[in-house]
Design a protein. Sequence first.
Lengths: 283, 79
Amino acid sequence: MAGSADSEEAGTLVNAKAIVVTSGKGGVGKTTTTANVGAALAKLGERVAVIDTDVGLRNLDVVMGLEGRVVFDLIDVFEGRCKLRQALIRDKRVETLHLIAASQTKDKTSLSESRMRETVRALLEDEGFDRVLIDSPAGIETGFQTAAAAAQGALVVVNPEVSSVRDADRIIGLLEAREITEVRLIINRLRPKMVKRGDMLEVSDVLDILGVKLIGIVPEDERVLVSTNVGSPTALEDGGPKTTAGSAFRDIARRIGGEDVAYPDLDGSKGVFSGLRRLFGGR
Amino acid sequence: MFNFFRRRRSKDDLKQRLKLVLSYDRARLSPGKMEQLKRELLAVVEKYFPADGDDLDVRFEQHGDRMVLIADLPRPSHH
C-alpha cells in the first residue's frame, strides 16, 4: 500500500517475455545473473527457457550444472540439425527451467537475427514458455546483436566501477537504438563497506549517471563462487539472510514478475542505504 | 564541514570522471577532437572581436534526454 503510488516508477519487466541479459564488458556477472534469475523465476512457477548465445565460449551450461547433458545446441537449432525441443535441456532441480546451450565451436557465421527471432517465437508460442532469458556475450558485435534481436526487455548488469559503467552506458545506447525500451539495471558485486567509506559508487550515483530504472542490487557474496563450483545457482538456496546474493536474485525475479519488493538494508546500519530504500519503496 | 578533515572519497573522483567521459562517448566525439573544435571556434569568434582562448569553455551537457554543446565565452568589455 505504502509503495503503491510509486509502483509505476518501480522497475518491473512483467510485459517483456523475451529478456536479454547484457553488459558490454565481460566478467561482470551476466551468466551468473541469467542462471540465478532464470532459476528464481522458474521457482516462482514460470516456465523459463534460458539461452546461451556466447558461441565459442559457452558457460551457462556449467554455471547451471547441466554441462553433462548437452547434446544439441543453439547453432544446431539454427542450422536445422535438430528440432528445437531436442536442444532444450531440462534442469535437474526446477522442472520448469530449461537451457539451450551455445555451441562450443568458434564458428559464428550461422548466428542470425532472423533465426534468433524465430527460435524465441517458437519457444513462447509453440512450446508454451512464459519467459525467455537470453544470455548475451560480452562486446557489441554480432553475438550481442543476435542476442538482442528477439528481446522486448533487457537486464543490464553493471559493477560499480569505471569500465563497467562506461560499457553499460554504451550498451544502453545500443539497446535504445534497437527500440528496446524496457531496460532495467542490475548493480552486481556491490560492497557495502566500500560504499560506506566513499570508495565505491553508491547505487544512486550509478542510476544518476546511467539514467535507467533499477531492478536489483546484488552484493558481493562468496556464495556465488561456491555455488558455481558445484553447478547450482545460489538463488535456489532458500532461506538465509536478506543480504545474500541469492536473496537479491530472488527479489529480482519477483520484481520482473511485477511485485513491488522492498530493497533490504545491505550494510545493516541504516546509513548509506536508508535514503536509498526510501527512494525505492523500502521502509 | 567534517569532510574537510577526511581523505577525499575516491568515488567522487570516479563519478566526475565518468560523467565527463560519458559526455564525450554519448556525443561520439573524442576529447582531442573537442580541443580542435575549441580552437576553430575561437578562430571564428576572433574575426568579430578579440577573445582569449583561456576564457573559452566548450563542453557537452546532458539536458534531460538531450546532449547539448555549450560554448561559454565572456564577451570582452570595452577598454
